[in-house]
Design a protein around this ligand. Structure first.
Ligand SMILES: Nc1ncnc2c1ncn2[C@@H]1O[C@H](COP(=O)(O)OP(=O)(O)OP(=O)(O)O)[C@@H](O)[C@H]1O
Ligand SMILES: [Mg+2]
Length: 284
């Protein structure tokens, strides 16, 4: 009885948080590194569905780095990265496209749809949601960036009560396809949809001042602090595109960006529905 009463009190306690989010857009970037354990993946799916059922408009943008690497190795291609961004030649592009649009996207959609018709999978190519352009002038480099977002399809899907799940592939006006870092896509969609929050689910506790020591997690940071950490190389690798994108979206009126550990059970709910939170929250 006492437990039930406590449960109801806790529910009432979070109702003010819920009220703040209902009807708002939250973009969740689900990183490939946090996707490798199937039981954890299941709790991420549960959290997304729970937030959706609360009336929050959730968009999921996914990565797939480790799974892409597995398939590259199967094809005797050695993955390579520069400043946290995958070097993508034509062969790599073909595999990135097949893994992200064909496997990771549809696997997530199937899991979200196990209990009802909740999710639909898209990439930037569907209805030209994202118009891409190349990051370099090298013809053999298929790394792209977001040139423009046409959010109409996302707005109608969200208004109809669906969860769009987006793979970070897009094409340019000539139909040439590009691999875009999923952090960049998540940021561009958060901006275009005037999201309340952008949440990165990754494989680390958040931003740490010593990457090897979780006790150095920085729970609250502002943009000048992030720039300092970048300058002093405390932020490196895959964290670079993430924080660049954080700064960009915060400057475009997204209220907060969170970097949290998708390898912890129910990280999404702990970050959004508890006042203690578990990850790093970045604000202007
Ligand atoms: N200061 C820092 N604090 C925490 N992590 C950091 C820091 N600097 C660099 N990192 C690295 O950033 C990594 C997260 O980025 P990464 O690109 O690997 O994951 P992801 O974006 O979630 O996955 P994907 O790119 O597949 O979508 C961490 O695993 C960590 O090694
Ligand atoms: Mg990454």
């Amino acid at each position: 009885m006492l437990n039930s009463t406590q449960f109801i009190q806790d529910l009432i306690g979070i109702s003010s948080l819920i009220r703040q989010y209902v009807g708002q857009v939250i973009v969740v970037k689900y990183g490939g590194s946090a996707m490798q354990d199937e039981s954890l993946k299941k709790t991420v799916i549960d959290d997304i569905l729970f937030l959706h059922l609360l009336g929050i408009k959730i968009i999921v943008v996914h990565g797939g780095g480790p799974i892409i690497n597995q398939w590259l190795y199967k094809c005797n291609i050695k993955p390579s990265f520069e400043n946290g961004v995958r070097v993508t030649d034509e062969k790599t592009m073909e595999i990135v496209q097949m893994v992200l649009e064909g496997k990771v996207n549809k696997d997530l959609v199937s899991m979200l749809n196990l209990f009802g018709n909740y999710a639909i999978g898209l990439s930037g190519r569907d209805l030209n949601l994202i118009h891409a352009s190349p990051l370099s002038s090298n013809k053999n480099d298929f790394v792209g960036t977001v040139n423009n977002v046409d959010p109409k399809i996302l707005t109608s899907l969200l208004n109809d009560g669906y969860i769009p799940v987006i793979a970070s592939i897009a094409s340019d006006s000539m139909g040439r396809i590009y691999n875009i870092n999923a952090d960049v896509v998540a940021g561009a969609l958060a901006k275009a949809l005037k999201a309340e929050k952008l949440i990165f689910l990754t494989d680390t506790f958040g931003i740490m001042s010593d990457i090897a020591n979780p006790n150095t997690l920085l729970k609250t940071l502002n943009v000048p602090q992030v720039l300092d950490l970048k300058r002093s190389n405390v932020i490196s690798g895959g964290m670079i595109p993430k924080v660049d994108c954080c700064i960009d979206v915060l400057n475009s009126n997204v209220r907060s960006v969170h970097i949290i550990n998708g390898c912890l059970h129910h990280a999404l709910l702990l970050e959004t529905l508890t006042s203690e939170r578990i990850g790093s929250m970045l604000t202007l």
